[in-house]
Design a protein around this ligand. Sequence first.
Ligand SMILES: Nc1ncnc2c1ncn2[C@@H]1O[C@H](COP(=O)(O)OP(=O)(O)OP(=O)(O)O)[C@@H](O)[C@H]1O
Ligand SMILES: [Mg+2]
Length: 164
Amino acid sequence: MFHSYNPATELGPNAEAGFEVPYLEKKHIIKAKDFIHAGQGSVQLKRALKSVGFPADIIQRVSICAYEAEMNVVMHGGNGVLTFRLDADEILIDVEDDGPGIENIDLAFQEGFTTASNEHLEMGFGAGMGLPNIKKNVDSLEIQSEKGKGTHLKMRFQVKKDGD
Ligand SMILES: Nc1ncnc2c1ncn2[C@@H]1O[C@H](COP(=O)(O)OP(=O)(O)OP(=O)(O)O)[C@@H](O)[C@H]1O
Ligand SMILES: [Mg+2]
Protein backbone atom coordinates (compact mmCIF):
# COMPACT_ATOMS: atom_id res chain seq x y z
CA MET A 1 0.00 0.00 0.00
CA PHE A 2 1.15 3.51 -0.71
CA HIS A 3 1.04 5.63 2.41
CA SER A 4 0.20 9.07 1.23
CA TYR A 5 0.84 11.98 3.54
CA ASN A 6 0.49 14.72 0.99
CA PRO A 7 -2.62 14.12 -1.04
CA ALA A 8 -2.55 15.15 -4.67
CA THR A 9 -4.74 18.16 -4.33
CA GLU A 10 -2.35 21.00 -5.01
CA LEU A 11 -1.45 21.56 -8.63
CA GLY A 12 2.12 22.33 -9.57
CA PRO A 13 3.20 25.35 -11.59
CA ASN A 14 4.02 23.38 -14.70
CA ALA A 15 0.68 23.17 -16.37
CA GLU A 16 2.67 24.08 -19.50
CA ALA A 17 3.88 20.48 -19.51
CA GLY A 18 0.70 19.76 -21.45
CA PHE A 19 -0.85 18.02 -18.48
CA GLU A 20 -1.31 19.13 -14.91
CA VAL A 21 1.35 17.80 -12.58
CA PRO A 22 0.25 17.67 -8.96
CA TYR A 23 2.71 17.80 -6.09
CA LEU A 24 2.53 14.32 -4.76
CA GLU A 25 4.56 12.24 -2.37
CA LYS A 26 3.80 8.67 -1.46
CA LYS A 27 5.56 5.91 0.40
CA HIS A 28 5.36 2.20 -0.04
CA ILE A 29 6.78 -0.24 2.49
CA ILE A 30 8.77 -3.13 0.98
CA LYS A 31 9.21 -6.29 3.00
CA ALA A 32 12.24 -8.53 2.63
CA LYS A 33 11.48 -11.91 0.99
CA ASP A 34 7.81 -11.03 0.53
CA PHE A 35 7.43 -12.35 -3.02
CA ILE A 36 3.63 -12.41 -2.69
CA HIS A 37 3.39 -8.62 -2.55
CA ALA A 38 6.58 -7.90 -4.48
CA GLY A 39 6.12 -5.35 -7.24
CA GLN A 40 2.96 -3.81 -5.83
CA GLY A 41 4.61 -0.49 -5.11
CA SER A 42 5.64 -0.17 -8.77
CA VAL A 43 2.17 -1.14 -9.97
CA GLN A 44 0.53 1.52 -7.82
CA LEU A 45 3.08 4.07 -8.90
CA LYS A 46 2.33 3.26 -12.55
CA ARG A 47 -1.39 3.78 -11.89
CA ALA A 48 -0.73 7.11 -10.20
CA LEU A 49 1.37 8.33 -13.14
CA LYS A 50 -1.30 7.22 -15.60
CA SER A 51 -4.02 9.02 -13.67
CA VAL A 52 -2.00 12.24 -13.76
CA GLY A 53 -1.68 11.85 -17.53
CA PHE A 54 2.04 11.38 -17.99
CA PRO A 55 3.24 10.34 -21.46
CA ALA A 56 3.50 6.57 -21.90
CA ASP A 57 7.26 6.58 -22.50
CA ILE A 58 8.03 8.26 -19.15
CA ILE A 59 5.61 5.94 -17.34
CA GLN A 60 7.34 2.95 -18.92
CA ARG A 61 10.83 4.08 -17.90
CA VAL A 62 9.80 4.99 -14.35
CA SER A 63 7.91 1.71 -13.90
CA ILE A 64 10.85 -0.41 -15.06
CA CYS A 65 13.21 1.33 -12.63
CA ALA A 66 10.81 1.22 -9.69
CA TYR A 67 10.08 -2.46 -10.32
CA GLU A 68 13.75 -3.48 -10.58
CA ALA A 69 14.68 -1.52 -7.45
CA GLU A 70 11.70 -2.90 -5.53
CA MET A 71 12.52 -6.47 -6.53
CA ASN A 72 16.14 -6.00 -5.50
CA VAL A 73 15.02 -5.02 -2.01
CA VAL A 74 12.76 -8.09 -1.80
CA MET A 75 15.45 -10.45 -3.14
CA HIS A 76 18.74 -9.08 -1.88
CA GLY A 77 17.97 -6.27 0.52
CA GLY A 78 16.23 -6.13 3.82
CA ASN A 79 13.10 -4.23 4.62
CA GLY A 80 12.78 -1.06 2.66
CA VAL A 81 10.78 1.97 1.65
CA LEU A 82 9.97 3.19 -1.84
CA THR A 83 9.22 6.90 -1.91
CA PHE A 84 7.72 8.42 -4.98
CA ARG A 85 7.77 12.19 -5.33
CA LEU A 86 6.25 14.14 -8.16
CA ASP A 87 7.65 17.61 -8.43
CA ALA A 88 7.34 20.56 -10.75
CA ASP A 89 10.21 19.36 -12.94
CA GLU A 90 10.92 15.78 -12.03
CA ILE A 91 9.79 12.42 -10.77
CA LEU A 92 11.93 11.09 -7.94
CA ILE A 93 11.91 7.42 -7.00
CA ASP A 94 13.82 6.85 -3.81
CA VAL A 95 14.34 3.27 -2.67
CA GLU A 96 16.13 2.57 0.58
CA ASP A 97 16.66 -0.69 2.43
CA ASP A 98 18.38 -1.85 5.58
CA GLY A 99 19.74 -5.03 4.02
CA PRO A 100 23.29 -6.35 3.60
CA GLY A 101 24.39 -3.65 1.14
CA ILE A 102 26.43 -4.05 -2.03
CA GLU A 103 30.11 -4.79 -1.64
CA ASN A 104 31.24 -3.75 -5.12
CA ILE A 105 28.87 -1.31 -6.82
CA ASP A 106 30.73 -1.26 -10.18
CA LEU A 107 30.51 -5.03 -10.35
CA ALA A 108 26.82 -5.03 -9.40
CA PHE A 109 26.10 -2.73 -12.37
CA GLN A 110 27.75 -5.09 -14.86
CA GLU A 111 25.28 -6.88 -17.10
CA GLY A 112 24.86 -10.48 -15.97
CA PHE A 113 26.39 -10.07 -12.51
CA THR A 114 24.20 -11.67 -9.88
CA THR A 115 24.36 -13.17 -6.43
CA ALA A 116 20.85 -14.64 -6.81
CA SER A 117 20.21 -17.93 -5.04
CA ASN A 118 18.96 -21.07 -6.78
CA GLU A 119 15.55 -20.31 -5.36
CA HIS A 120 15.58 -16.87 -7.04
CA LEU A 121 16.73 -18.40 -10.31
CA GLU A 122 13.88 -20.92 -10.19
CA MET A 123 11.45 -18.02 -9.81
CA GLY A 124 12.86 -16.47 -12.98
CA PHE A 125 15.00 -13.77 -11.35
CA GLY A 126 18.75 -13.39 -11.31
CA ALA A 127 19.60 -12.42 -14.88
CA GLY A 128 21.79 -9.70 -13.42
CA MET A 129 19.98 -7.12 -15.52
CA GLY A 130 18.10 -5.08 -12.92
CA LEU A 131 20.71 -2.44 -12.13
CA PRO A 132 21.93 -2.13 -15.77
CA ASN A 133 18.30 -1.65 -16.80
CA ILE A 134 17.83 1.05 -14.19
CA LYS A 135 20.93 2.85 -15.45
CA LYS A 136 19.60 2.79 -19.01
CA ASN A 137 16.20 4.19 -18.10
CA VAL A 138 16.89 6.98 -15.59
CA ASP A 139 17.83 10.57 -16.30
CA SER A 140 20.00 10.57 -13.20
CA LEU A 141 20.95 8.01 -10.61
CA GLU A 142 22.56 8.18 -7.19
CA ILE A 143 23.43 5.04 -5.29
CA GLN A 144 24.80 4.71 -1.79
CA SER A 145 25.58 1.29 -0.49
CA GLU A 146 27.99 -0.24 1.92
CA LYS A 147 28.41 -3.76 3.13
CA GLY A 148 26.31 -4.21 6.24
CA LYS A 149 24.72 -0.79 5.96
CA GLY A 150 21.93 -1.14 3.42
CA THR A 151 21.36 0.38 0.00
CA HIS A 152 19.87 3.69 -1.09
CA LEU A 153 18.95 4.50 -4.70
CA LYS A 154 17.72 7.87 -5.92
CA MET A 155 16.37 7.74 -9.47
CA ARG A 156 15.28 10.92 -11.20
CA PHE A 157 13.25 11.50 -14.36
CA GLN A 158 12.70 14.86 -15.96
CA VAL A 159 9.20 16.01 -16.64
CA LYS A 160 9.46 17.28 -20.19
CA LYS A 161 7.63 20.45 -20.92
CA ASP A 162 6.18 21.42 -24.28
CA GLY A 163 9.02 22.75 -26.42
CA ASP A 164 11.79 20.84 -24.56
N1 LIG B 1 19.17 -3.65 -2.59
C1 LIG B 1 20.21 -4.50 -2.70
N2 LIG B 1 20.80 -4.99 -1.58
C2 LIG B 1 21.86 -5.82 -1.67
N3 LIG B 1 22.40 -6.23 -2.83
C3 LIG B 1 21.85 -5.77 -3.99
C4 LIG B 1 20.73 -4.89 -3.97
N4 LIG B 1 20.43 -4.59 -5.26
C5 LIG B 1 21.30 -5.27 -6.02
N5 LIG B 1 22.16 -5.98 -5.26
C6 LIG B 1 23.31 -6.80 -5.74
O1 LIG B 1 23.61 -6.45 -7.07
C7 LIG B 1 23.47 -7.61 -7.92
C8 LIG B 1 22.99 -7.19 -9.29
O2 LIG B 1 21.64 -6.68 -9.20
P1 LIG B 1 20.72 -6.74 -10.49
O3 LIG B 1 19.41 -6.16 -10.13
O4 LIG B 1 21.45 -6.11 -11.63
O5 LIG B 1 20.62 -8.28 -10.82
P2 LIG B 1 19.81 -9.40 -10.04
O6 LIG B 1 18.86 -8.78 -9.06
O7 LIG B 1 20.81 -10.33 -9.46
O8 LIG B 1 19.02 -10.11 -11.20
P3 LIG B 1 17.72 -9.55 -11.99
O9 LIG B 1 17.50 -8.14 -11.50
O10 LIG B 1 18.06 -9.57 -13.43
O11 LIG B 1 16.60 -10.47 -11.60
C9 LIG B 1 22.53 -8.53 -7.17
O12 LIG B 1 22.67 -9.87 -7.56
C10 LIG B 1 22.99 -8.30 -5.73
O13 LIG B 1 24.17 -8.98 -5.44
MG1 LIG C 1 17.60 -7.28 -9.69
